[in-house]
Design a protein around this ligand. Structure first.
Ligand SMILES: *Cc1c(COP(=O)(O)O)cnc(C)c1O
Length: 409
């Protein structure tokens, strides 16, 4: 396994090794290792000049005025909600087809995550339901403070609709762009559209620092607030304390958190960011191979695309939807069969409303969000990452075809 990883990561197109194709692998080269080593040798390993440089390059990559480097996307979402003033008993509207982080941060405030069902094609929150949901919350005397648009798999949500409705109602727009680095919507990069956009650099994401995140915004006050809150409510960057005369002096202006990104991680992030365009190219290539190989099979629906020019898909995930009526096996068995053919696959996501915590707290039943629940029974995420060889992609596609044909109804 170790040898396989080393081999695949050295080169973005190694020939097929014939081993198990993991669902996800990071692409780490010698440049990342060298950059991290340089920080380790420098004498300053935590948040400092490299994190600052990463913020600046990142902001420019996504076309935002400000970027705040954090130790996760979860931290970014938390600080974004804090910054737009979320209070207990208020509501934050989002999709149920997302990761735990998107809704748990709302609970940090003792506020309520309010779900809107997905649009079954794009798998994003159905923006046509947003206006009515906001109005009905208001009628019940609940303040909808923000909407969190999740760009599922890397396909941008319908941001024109989301922004228009939110603006009209005085609701803030936060984007969970954990899947959507390098995506764009009508010519605007994700990161430059909503009020605050949150990115993840978790190991499986489009670029990685092992753990890490970024919040982007055009609002200088919000950027400053998130920066202060990310480091104990202290209103100066840690490394600034080591300059000037009174190097020990600092002021606590709030009860903040400990969410800063280390220079070690930022060094890795800077190198990864410079590769992000190449990574996107390879992900897009893999998606189009899957499209070609798996198109026209009635047992499978392919991911929905938008007309080119309309959006750029980040292809964090390539999600098939099984036509269960055409198969004699269910989704779980489909994934087992792929595994037995040497292909790792996954499920994105178990909808939040069927997890015990949300189910029990709000009394949800699966049918409360029928499209999300239906999708859950059908979705299969295939491996898609730059370290896959052409042979890996062909083999993964062939395994899908083999399972779909063998278990055809
Ligand atoms: C990965 C992920 C997150 C959380 O990112 P972290 O950096 O691990 O905190 C949030 N939302 C979605 C949709 C994700 O996939």
């Amino acid at each position: 396994m170790k040898a396989f990883r080393k081999e695949t990561n050295k080169d973005l197109g190694p020939e097929d090794k014939g081993g198990f194709i993991p669902f996800s692998l990071p692409s780490i080269g010698d440049e990342e290792i060298e950059a991290v080593s340089e920080v380790l040798r420098s004498g300053w390993i935590t948040t400092g000049p490299v994190a600052k440089a990463f913020e600046e390059e990142f902001a420019s990559y996504v076309g935002a005025a400000h970027a705040v480097a954090l130790n996760s996307c979860t931290a970014a979402l938390h600080l974004a909600l804090e910054t737009v003033g979320l209070k207990s008993a208020e509501a934050v509207i989002t999709s149920p087809l997302t990761f735990a982080a998107t809704a748990e941060v709302v609970r940090y405030f003792d506020a309520r995550p309010v779900f809107i069902d997905i649009e079954p094609g794009s798998m994003n929150m159905d923006a046509s339901l947003l206006d009515e949901k906001i109005s009905s919350l208001k009628k019940d005397g609940i303040t909808p403070r923000a909407v969190i648009a999740v760009h599922y798999a890397g396909l941008p949500s319908d941001m024109d609709t989301v922004m228009e409705i939110a603006r009209r109602h005085g609701v803030f727009v936060i984007e969970d762009a954990a899947h959507a680095l390098s995506a764009s919507y009508k010519g605007r990069p994700v990161g430059s559209i909503g009020d605050i956009t949150c990115f993840s650099f978790y190991a499986s994401k489009n670029i990685t620092t092992a753990e890490g995140g970024m919040a982007t915004t055009d609002n200088p006050e919000w950027a400053k607030r998130m920066r202060i809150m990310s480091l104990h409510g202290i209103d100066r960057d840690a490394w600034m304390r080591h300059r000037g005369e009174n190097t020990w002096r600092y002021e606590i202006v709030e009860a903040g958190y400990k969410y800063n990104l280390t220079d070690m991680a930022a060094a890795m992030g800077l190198v990864q960011l410079r590769k992000a365009g190449g990574f996107l190219g390879r992900r897009t290539e893999i998606a189009s191979v899957y499209d070609t190989e798996l198109g026209g099979i009635p047992q499978i629906s392919l991911p929905v695309k938008r007309p080119p020019g309309d959006v750029v898909h980040a292809w964090h995930l390539y999600v098939l939807r099984l036509d269960l009526e055409m198969l004699v096996i269910d989704r779980d068995r489909f994934i087992q069969e792929l595994k037995s053919r040497g292909v790792g696959a996954s499920v994105h996501f178990i909808p939040l409303h069927i997890h015990p915590y949300y189910r029990d707290m709000y009394g949800y039943v699966p049918g409360d969000f029928p499209a999300a629940y239906d999708a859950y029974g059908r979705v299969v995420s295939l491996p898609i990452y730059p370290a896959m060889s052409d042979g890996d992609v062909q083999r993964a596609a062939a395994a899908v075809l083999d399972v779909a044909e063998k278990f055809k109804r």
